[in-house]
Design a protein around this ligand. Sequence first.
Ligand SMILES: Nc1nc2c(c(=O)[nH]1)N=C([C@H](O)[C@H](O)COP(=O)(O)OP(=O)(O)OP(=O)(O)O)CN2
Ligand code: ZN
Length: 125
Amino acid sequence: MYQLSVTKRFAAAHRLSNYQGQCANLHGHTWQLEVTVKGEKLDANGMLLDFKALKEMVGRVIKELDHQYLNELPSFNRINPTAENLARYISGRLRVLLAPELQLALVRVWESPDAWAGYTEDEQA
Ligand SMILES: Nc1nc2c(c(=O)[nH]1)N=C([C@H](O)[C@H](O)COP(=O)(O)OP(=O)(O)OP(=O)(O)O)CN2
Ligand SMILES: [Zn+2]
């Protein structure tokens, strides 16, 4: 099984509801997104997927989140925009852009350089 990964950053604000602590207040992060795909077959160029193509897909998804107040987006008006929920949301958005033979091994969302949460899609998906 081959794996490849790309990383991009975006800036966005959020607040956590029902949270005891400072993160209940509006604050921002420079989020780092790391997307790892896996698959079994390389193309004629010896690539699982061109890094450039994956960066473009990730860029399309990030464009919807960059410089937004995440709690106000429809996807997060009923659930907290935690790193975990963002990772699952981004995984779902990428799923429809990626070829079905490629799996999302891990979508990792870093809130800060020392804290991340990730989501791995169900292999049956
Ligand atoms: N499992 C999760 N826990 C927390 C999340 C999250 O998304 N998933 N998010 C937060 C807050 O958004 C907060 O901004 C980050 O919290 P924390 O790392 O505790 O705060 P600091 O960046 O100030 O780090 P320190 O090490 O405490 O200085 C909270 N928890
Ligand atoms: Zn936060």
